[in-house]
Ligand binder design. Structure first.
Ligand SMILES: Cc1ncc(COP(=O)(O)O)c(C=O)c1O
Length: 435
């Protein structure tokens, strides 16, 4: 569009100069497609004309989904206010109703702009409700970068510079039932915060015995069970919401973000029950503002959220489930002959491909001149690097660089996935050939 030509020409350099030079440098070194100038049919097009499927996951309905864009445009063309000084925003109210009806269990919603906003709200609710100090997370977690969230972050550069972290926050080993029982033995647990499938931790689903113990122990001790469905929710795994539909006990709190705003508007939500909210904050009307945030309750985001929910039909969810199974099977058979391939895991269109680190002294970050990254495998970054050129924007898991994660748009055609599987097999064969 003409009005933005200037920005689409020079804004990338402005980003490097004025926002985050390290991100820009990393993208350049990895040869990520950076100068993306157009969205077309849900895909991206860069300045060289490369057409790119975005597998990040946030754009679950494709970039600039026409239905969501239409709803947002209709709102802007109306004369309805977007922000209500009383905070009693009818658009937020309607979206909250739709989310509660959809999940069939919750009757109270807090809205924020980011996933971290929702995480913070849930931690505060747990403390206010139970008056207990201990907040439990799992190793390998990613719940965002605010202080509460980062207190549960897997170890490394995302967490370590920020110590001391939130008092009372503790992480137990992923999936360890005994460690969970031990932490509850202290009698002072306010909440357990988990991702039903850890995303950045390596697309790892919580083992069923752990989920059972988690449901049982939180119920017995009156601790809040918080399911962070920021990645797994809103249809991604081939279920509407993974934890509410699959766990033996429904979580007390479900957190949503990312695709909730249709990829167009920032929007997150904490779904819980009114009785918990009222027990935590009493009948003091002033306490209603204990969870506050200025722009979370804006009508424009709520309109995008409503249009998103309209798209999440049973048919689409079934398509995600079946297409995910198809992709998984195709990947397994195409990659199995490669000696670097270990496994495909995940659910629906939230998949991770785990690879063995290459056994070659030159194929290391140390050799490439990054000794501080020596403990990370180069294998997934190398495979992703090959895939960019084929028009697939894949991502290495933040905490485990042996895995690349795939979260395509929900309506991705199967023949595109066939092309992707061929490209992945070729990329992996190339890396194997270097060893
Ligand atoms: C599982 C999970 N929870 C929370 C967050 C934080 O969301 P945001 O980046 O919007 O704060 C993320 C972000 O990637 C996430 O993957």
């Amino acid at each position: 569009m003409d009005a933005f030509d200037d920005i689409l020409r020079d804004g990338f350099d402005d980003y490097r100069a004025f926002v985050n030079p390290l991100i820009a440098q990393r993208a350049k070194l990895a040869r990520e497609p950076i100068r993306v100038v157009r969205a077309e049919g849900g895909l991206l097009v860069d300045s060289e004309g490369l057409v790119i499927e975005d597998f990040h996951g946030t754009q679950a309905f494709g970039h600039r989904n026409p239905g969501i864009a239409r709803a947002v445009r209709a709102f802007l063309d109306s004369d309805a206010p977007s922000w209500y000084p009383s905070r009693v925003n009818p658009f937020a109210g309607r979206l909250a109703r739709r989310l509660c009806e959809r999940t069939g269990h919750y009757d109270n919603v807090f809205f924020g702009c980011t996933g971290s906003d929702a995480v913070e709200a849930s931690l505060k609710l747990a403390r206010a409700l139970t008056r207990k100090p201990v907040l439990v997370g799992l190793t390998g977690a990613y719940h965002g970068c605010s202080y509460g969230s980062v207190s549960f972050m897997g170890e490394g550069y995302l967490r370590d510079p920020f110590v001391p972290l939130l008092q009372g926050a503790t992480s137990i080993p992923f999936g360890d039932v005994d460690a969970l029982a031990r932490v509850f033995a202290g009698g002072d647990v306010a909440a357990v915060l988990v991702e039903p499938i850890q995303g950045e931790g390596g697309v790892r689903e919580l083992p069923p015995p752990f989920v059972e113990a988690l449901c049982d122990l939180t119920a017995r001790h009156g601790a809040l069970l918080i399911a962070d469905e920021v990645q797994t929710g809103v249809g991604r795994t081939g279920r509407g919401f993974l934890a509410t539909e699959r766990w033996p006990r429904r979580p007390d709190v479900v957190l949503l973000a990312k695709q909730l705003g249709g990829g167009l508007l920032p929007l997150s939500a904490m779904l819980t029950r009114r009785d918990l909210f009222v027990r935590a904050y009493g009948s003091q009307f002033a306490a209603g503002e204990s969870h506050n945030n200025t722009m979370g309750y804006n009508a424009l985001s709520a309109v995008a959220g409503l249009a998103t929910l309209d798209l999440i039909t049973d048919e689409l969810i079934a398509y995600v489930r079946e297409t995910g199974a198809y992709l998984r099977e195709r990947l397994e058979s195409a990659l199995r002959p490669n000696r670097l391939f270990r496994e495909v895991r995940g659910a629906g269109l939230m998949l991770g491909v785990q690879l063995d680190p290459p056994d070659h002294p030159w194929l290391s970050f140390e050799h490439f001149g990054f000794p501080e990254l020596a403990h990370h495998s180069v294998v997934s970054p190398l495979v992703c690097h090959r895939l960019y050129r084929r028009g697939f924007f894949c991502f290495t898991c933040g905490h485990d660089w042996t895995i690349f994660r795939l979260q395509p748009r929900f309506d991705i055609p199967r023949d595109t996935l066939d092309t992707f599987v061929d490209a992945a097999a070729e990329a992996l064969a190339y890396v194997e050939g270097l060893t």
